[in-house]
Design a protein around this ligand. Sequence first.
Ligand code: HEM
Length: 412
Amino acid sequence: MSAFSGQKLDKIPAHVPPELVYEYDNARDPRMLEDPHARMRSLIQEAPPIFFTPYNGGNWVVTRKKAIVDITMNPEVYSNSFIAAQASGGHSGEHKEQQPGLMLLPISVDPPQHTAYRAPLNQPLAAKSVAGLETTIREMTNELIDKVLAAGRCDFLSDVAEPLPVTLFMKLAGMPTNRLAEFRHLATQATSATVDHATREGVFKRIAGILAETIKARQEKREDDLISRLLDANIDGRHPTFQEMLGYSVTLFLGGLETVVNALSFGVRHLARDQELQAKLRADPSLLPGAIEELLRLYGIASTPRLVMHDDVCHGVQFKKGDIVLLLLPAANYDDEAFPHPEQLIIGRKEQHQTFNTGPHRCVGLNLARLEMKVFYQEWLKRVPPFRLDPQAPPRFMGGFNLAITSLPLVW
Ligand code: HEM
């Protein structure tokens, strides 16, 4: 799979049975661009549970939760080792040779080495540690609400969803927040499915350059931030090298930005179309954590690829060494076998959604993501009157490794 080149295979590989070929372009499928998650649901209903798509160089796509869990729990066969920065950022990948030198940490390392690389992130991103950011998130949310409240309208994406997680992440990592707009623009380009190869390469160089400046500054003088803590981290008895610091920083930069922006935006779009749920959550904010889990399930964002290291039969499908398998996490959340009535938002549902994935690479930032969402909804629902989509300007969407909204005009 060469990222999202759009290139279509002329010839389906010999080991792929014709009945498992299903044409789906994760970047350009017209039905996905019309409504990404409705398309995820239709893939469950219409496509084989594991299918081979000839688009983007050809790869397998896995849509069912059980198969995805089995694959993520078997990293010896299904490797992350080829995930590299250039393709599309922290949660996705392209073949490593194309981005020599920069290993995304800890996402592009397989167990057992992965354990040592992941360890330095576990404590700083644990629920207890990120709880210290709650006041900052609340203040930032209120500042953003102050700016739009009186107007009775906003583009939720650019006015709220983008600045909030980006600013917060920069504070956490210790990056200069006066470069917010520049960072955000770079993050969007880095994860965009439609940006060409050369542009993306330039974008990654600039991101790495800005992050390198912060790392160098912290090497000189530690501050109370994540980059400073990572510099002093212990990886198998030594501190991370400069190159490894860059690998961590780029992964966190991308992982912490695009995903939260889109999770917030899809969630708010849902509420804008469901006045009853808005009223329910306003009346009883204690329902929020359960509602957020359901919004995270209904609106999964990231999908992630794996490289097949040995021939393997998975849920009856023969994979060959060298095949690429795309785990379509947002589709798995609509799998009827895992989630009864998958289209319904059921507060208190017990089944764990797949939005943060499973296995050793399960999102390490999920506590921060959940906290950002909880505090945001608490403040937004408290202060902003009942809101709905602007009937003159419907939202627009984008595909790729991350499902995304590119504009979300709201009125109240
Ligand atoms: C709603 C928001 C988010 C979503 C949907 C999301 C999704 C994911 C997914 C699906 C993975 C697993 C990828 C794989 O298995 O290959 C992952 C890993 C990761 N995420 Fe997130 N993420 C979110 C927020 C964050 C935040 C806020 C941060 C940073 C603070 C972050 C940092 C990371 C890192 C570093 C990894 C790699 C973990 C590892 O390889 O061990 N994510 N994320």
